[in-house]
Design a protein around this ligand. Structure first.
Ligand code: CP
Ligand code: NVA
Length: 298
């Protein structure tokens, strides 16, 4: 059982908590652990679209013998003027755990502040801790653990990248980050990583950054809600694409949270190659979140 109120970001978990969730996820995945969350309900509030997060949480609750309710803002009174804090208090009277995907991280904090049940961050503009749990499970499976694993992040320093930085610090994974000027990880995240373990090494050149990597991770250049910044971001990220030329500089396996924008941050031939862990990452969203839900709600 985790001793946390909410999962706002991955660093709400201690290194021991991360191990607990990942071990539980592995046991549920193998079938060795048959824990059920019967009669338990997950409320899922989505302000942005989703394939993996929605389907993996909903399927996870079904497999655990519970139930998940999809709540789009237009489906509920939130989209018609009811405040977040009222929505949060009312949800808490019905469901056992809440998962939210919102644009503004401050809105997540508002929901968590008024909730009497655990609130799990399913992506904000600043963080994606559920993705990080799946990423760590994937790395653990691929490399047999975290010792001696060298990871490199090439791309945008926002939500997925920032939670990955904190997750690597918690797990003891050596991390190098390579972000274009203006799109660096926040100072707060880098400082927090240093508190938790090691801050990542920051390297300017993608080729230099990937040279010793076991894992090369990237994410879209134009995140949801940034469509109006598309042209300036495509310009800024020129040279940061994960393509066969970059892969020829490294033996790393490629990770991506998906969805991928082929031809932008990653090429089709890389994604279709045997150098990717992305499909395991996507599957592991299901197992990692089942581990998390059981540890939060059981
Ligand atoms: N990686 C991830 O969160 O994917 P979705 O946007 O499809 O949920
Ligand atoms: N950075 C991406 C992640 C999607 C899962 C976005 O925010 O759109």
């Amino acid at each position: 059982m985790l001793d946390i109120d909410h999962l706002v970001d991955i660093d709400d978990l201690s290194p021991e908590d991360v191990k607990t969730v990942l071990d539980r996820a592995s046991a549920l995945k193998s079938g060795e652990d048959t824990t059920q969350l019967s009669q338990q309900t997950l409320g899922m509030l989505f302000e942005k679209p989703s394939t993996r997060t929605r389907i993996s949480f909903e399927t996870g609750m079904t497999q655990l013998g519970g139930h998940a309710i999809f709540l789009g803002p237009e489906d509920i009174q939130l989209g018609h003027g009811e405040p977040l804090k009222d929505t949060s208090r009312v949800l808490s009277r019905y469901v056992d755990v809440v998962m939210v995907r919102l644009f503004d991280h401050a809105d997540l904090l508002e929901i968590a502040n008024y909730a009497d049940v655990p609130v799990v961050n399913g992506l904000t503009d600043e963080a994606h801790p559920c993705q990080t749990l799946a990423d760590l499970l994937t790395i653990k499976e691929a490399f047999g653990g975290f010792d001696d694993v060298q990871a490199t992040w090439v791309g945008d320093g926002n939500n997925v990248g920032q939670s990955f930085v904190l997750g690597c610090a918690l797990a003891g994974i050596d991390l190098t980050v390579c972000t274009p000027p203006g799109y660096e990880m926040s100072d707060a995240v880098l400082e927090r990583a240093a508190e938790l373990g090691d801050a990542p090494e920051v390297v300017e050149s993608p080729k230099e950054a990937v040279a010793d990597a076991d894992v090369l991770y990237t994410d879209v250049w134009v995140s949801m809600g940034q469509e109006d910044k598309r042209e300036e971001k495509l310009d800024a990220f020129d040279g940061y694409q994960v393509n066969m030329d970059l892969l020829s500089e490294t033996d790393a396996m490629v990770m991506h949270c998906l969805p991928a924008h082929r031809g932008e941050e990653i090429t089709d031939d890389v994604l279709e190659s045997d150098r990717v862990l992305v499909w395991d990452q996507a599957e592991n969203r299901l197992h990692a979140q089942k581990g998390l839900l059981v540890e939060l709600v059981e």
